[in-house]
Design a protein around this ligand. Structure first.
Ligand code: ZN
Length: 87
């Protein structure tokens, strides 16, 4: 279903699952659709976004999301080394 959604968006046909969440209950073999509204306070897509640069993720999610010794996130872009697993 995810692949179908991707193809629909790429070719511009059909009704994409935008603003809706489709859930599947395999045990009951039921689908359910829930409408979702945009959160105006979302830091990424809200009215006043505070996350405006996602370029750090191009260097790998591990570096972007690493937690340093001080409990703060580290940033490869700021020159801080990312924590390595097992070190
Ligand atoms: Zn959002």
């Amino acid at each position: 279903m995810q692949a179908t959604e991707a193809v629909k968006l790429l070719v511009g046909f059909g009704e994409p699952l935008i603003g809706r969440l489709l859930t599947f209950d395999a045990l009951g073999m039921r689908f359910r659709e829930v409408k979702l509204r945009r959160d105006p306070n979302c830091p990424l897509c809200g009215k006043t976004p505070t996350i405006t640069d996602l370029s750090i993720h191009a260097e790998g999610a591990g570096q972007a999301c690493a937690i340093g010794d001080n409990g703060q996130g580290t940033s490869a872009a700021a020159g801080a080394p990312a924590a390595k697993p097992g070190s």
